[in-house]
Design a protein around this ligand. Structure first.
Ligand code: DCP
Ligand code: CA
Length: 417
C-alpha cells in the first residue's frame, strides 16, 4: 500500500463512539435506593407477579437471570434477589440527561435506544486535541453527572464501535486502533455479530464455524446461498465493513393524519369512526418515533370547504390511543356542534412533540396504556394492522375496502401508509 492511499484512508476515517449504560434500569434502582448496592436486583415486577424481567444487575446475572426471563423463573434461580417493579418515567429522565451530555460533544448523536448512543466525532475534530481523550471524557462526564456506569467502545464505524463496547463491558473503555480491526474481530464469537441470529448460528456451527475469523474462509456466494440477503450482511459485518451514517433523530414538529371522505358525511357515528381510525394510525406513528404530544388538534372541513380546527394543550404529554382519541372526540364534537353542513374531511394532529415524558409529579404514574400500545404493535406486526381494531373503527367496514395487512383503504392514499 502506498503512503498516499494510507494518508487518504486516514483522512476518510471516521471516529465513532458507542456508549451504553450498564444494567440501566437496575443501576437507576440502586441509585434511588443505595441499600440495593451489591445485591442481585431484578427489575420488571415482584417475584410472584406475572411478566418478565426488563433487566437485572450484574450480581443477578451471575445466577443466570437475564432480561426477558419470566419473573417466576428469576425467583427460582435467585430467590435472594430484590425484585422491583421499576418506573419508566424515572428511566426516561435519566435517559434525557444522558443524551443532553452527549450532545455537548458533537451534533452527530444517534439514539439507538434509551441508554445507548452512537457519536460521530469526526466533524468536530478541531474541538479536540485527541479523539481518544474526548471519548474518555464523555465517559467520565456521563458517569459523574448521572451516577451511572457506562461502557464505551470506539472504532471506525458503528459495528466496530458497538463490538468494542461489548468488549468493554462492564464499565470499561475499549478502542479499536486503526489497522487493528482484523486482529480484534478474528477472535470474537459468531454470536457477537448482530446479523447472526440463533438459526444462522446453528447452521454455521454445523459447518464448524465458531469464530468471526472462521467466517472469512466462506465465499460471499456461499453465505448468500445459505442465508440470502442476510448472508450479504454477515459477509460485511464479519469484515467490520459498515458505512451506515450516525443518524440524528430530529424531533418532528407534528404528526398528523387526515382523510377526505368518498362522499360528504353527516353521520356522527361514522365521523367518529373515521376519527378513531385516524387516531389509531397517528398513535402508531407516535410510538414508532417514540414521541409524546402536548397538543392535540382536530380539523374539520365542511361541504362548503370552510375549515375549522380546535386544539387542546395537555400538561402531561400523550402517546396513548385511548387518551388521544378521548380528547379528539371531545374537540371534534364541540367543533361540529354548531354546524349544519356535512363534512368532507376530518383530521387529527399531534404537535409540541417531546421524546421524553417528564416525571409525573401530581398523579400516580402507570404505564399500562403505553405498554398496551406496544403490545398492540407486536400483534399487528405479525398479523397486520387490521388484526386489532376497536368496534368504533370497525364501522368503517361498510365504506372502505379492508386489507388485513394495511387496514382500511381510505381515500387519501398517504393515510394508509
Ligand atoms: N429493556 C427492557 N426489555 C428488554 C431489554 C431491555 O425493558 N427486553 C430495558 C431495560 C434495560 C434497558 O432497556 O435496563 C437497556 O437495555 P440493555 O440491553 O442495554 O441492557 P442493560 O442496560 O440492562 O444491561 P447491559 O449492561 O447489558 O447493557
Ligand atoms: Ca445498557
Amino acid at each position: 500500500m502506498t503512503n498516499g492511499s494510507e494518508a487518504e484512508r486516514s483522512m476518510n476515517r471516521r471516529y465513532i463512539v458507542h456508549i451504553d449504560i450498564d444494567a440501566f434500569f437496575a443501576a437507576v434502582e440502586v441509585l434511588l435506593n443505595p441499600s440495593l448496592k451489591g445485591k442481585p436486583v431484578i427489575v420488571g415486577g415482584l417475584a410472584y407477579e406475572r411478566g418478565v424481567a426488563a433487566t437485572c444487575s450484574y450480581e443477578a446475572r451471575k445466577f443466570g437471570v437475564h432480561a426477558g426471563m419470566p419473573l417466576h423463573k428469576c425467583y427460582k434461580l435467585c430467590p435472594q434477589g430484590v425484585f422491583v417493579r421499576g418506573n419508566n418515567q424515572v428511566y426516561q429522565a435519566f435517559s434525557e440527561k444522558f443524551f443532553h451530555i452527549l450532545h455537548e460533544y458533537t451534533p452527530d448523536v444517534e439514539d439507538a435506544s434509551l441508554d445507548e448512543a452512537y457519536l460521530d466525532l469526526t466533524r468536530c475534530r478541531p474541538l479536540y486535541r485527541s479523539f481518544s481523550e474526548a471519548a474518555r471524557q464523555v465517559k467520565r462526564r456521563v458517569e459523574k453527572e448521572t451516577g451511572l456506569k457506562v461502557s464505551v467502545g470506539v472504532g471506525a464505524n458503528k459495528i466496530l464501535a458497538k463490538l468494542a463496547t461489548k468488549r468493554a463491558k462492564p464499565a470499561g473503555f475499549f478502542e479499536i486502533e486503526p489497522g487493528r480491526e482484523e486482529e480484534f474481530l478474528k477472535g470474537l464469537g459468531i454470536e457477537d455479530l448482530p446479523g447472526i441470529g440463533p438459526k444462522a448460528q446453528v447452521v454455521l456451527r454445523l459447518l464448524n464455524i465458531h469464530k468471526i475469523g472462521d467466517l472469512w474462509g466462506l465465499p460471499r456466494a456461499t453465505l448468500r446461498s445459505l442465508f440470502g440477503l442476510g448472508g450479504e450482511e454477515i459477509y460485511l459485518q464479519s469484515r467490520g465493513i459498515d458505512s451506515r451514517p450516525v443518524f440524528m433523530a430530529t424531533t418532528p414538529k407534528s404528526v398528523s393524519r387526515e382523510t377526505t371522505f368518498l362522499e360528504d358525511l353527516w353521520d356522527r357515528r361514522l365521523l367518529l369512526a373515521h376519527l378513531a381510525y385516524l387516531c389509531d394510525r397517528l398513535t402508531l406513528g407516535l410510538r414508532q418515533e417514540r414521541l409524546y404530544a402536548h397538543v392535540i388538534e382536530v380539523k374539520a372541513r365542511y361541504s362548503d370547504f370552510a375549515t375549522e380546527v380546535r386544539r387542546r394543550l395537555v400538561l402531561m404529554p400523550l402517546q396513548e390511543m385511548e387518551k388521544i382519541y378521548k380528547i379528539a372526540e371531545e374537540l371534534f364534537l364541540g367543533l361540529i356542534a354548531s354546524s349544519r353542513l356535512a363534512l368532507r374531511l376530518v383530521g387529527v394532529k399531534a404537535s409540541d412533540l417531546v421524546r421524553v415524558r417528564p416525571l409525573a409529579l401530581f398523579e400516580p404514574y402507570s404505564d399500562r396504556a403505553e405498554r398496551l400500545g406496544h403490545a398492540v404493535d407486536r400483534v399487528r406486526e405479525k398479523y397486520g394492522f387490521g388484526s386489532i381494531l376497536t368496534i368504533r373503527e370497525k364501522m368503517l367496514d361498510s365504506i372502505y375496502d379492508f386489507e388485513p395487512r394495511r387496514g382500511f383503504v381510505l381515500k387519501t392514499a398517504s393515510l394508509t401508509k
